[in-house]
Design a protein around this ligand. Structure first.
Ligand code: 5GP
Length: 125
């Protein structure tokens, strides 16, 4: 079910639990501001999720309320994950669903990184 991205942060959402190590994930990266792990239901040959450590529901919440250090750290982490995975030369796509119309399902900001094939049109038609 898509979520309302204006709701308050739910500290028991699935990605909060992954951050705390309460449920397993295949982590590929972590630093002071972010962690990254494989999506459980990949939509491309490579599908990685990058999330900030802070409690932000969505891109909207994060861009309005995170500190400069959190924003810089998170943006740099997304780039670092893609570089470390070798995605830069073949290319990759970023996606951050925000709220109901986007279909966002997990109420903790996450950026999808897709790679490993020609990814087709930006949106399903
Ligand atoms: P959204 O639709 O919110 O942008 O994307 C949520 C993503 O989280 C989906 O691609 C979904 O497959 C992934 N996901 C949901 N639950 C889990 C989980 O428990 N572990 C992992 N690794 N990914 C999950």
């Amino acid at each position: 079910m898509p979520i309302d991205a204006t709701l308050p942060y739910d500290p028991d959402n699935i990605f909060a639990r992954i951050l705390r190590g309460e449920i397993p994930s295949k982590r590929v990266y972590e630093d002071a501001h972010a962690i990254a792990f494989h999506d459980i239901n990949p939509q491309a040959p490579h599908h990685i999720l990058v999330i900030p450590r802070g409690p932000y529901v969505s891109w909207d919440d994060f861009s309005a309320n995170a500190s400069e250090a959190e924003i810089a750290g998170f943006v740099r982490a997304v780039g670092a994950v893609a570089r470390e995975a070798g995605f830069v030369e073949p290319g990759y796509r970023l996606l951050a669903n925000t709220g109901m119309d986007s279909g966002q399902e997990v109420p903790h900001l996450h950026v999808h990184i897709f790679a490993g094939a020609r990814l087709g049109p930006m949106l399903a038609r």
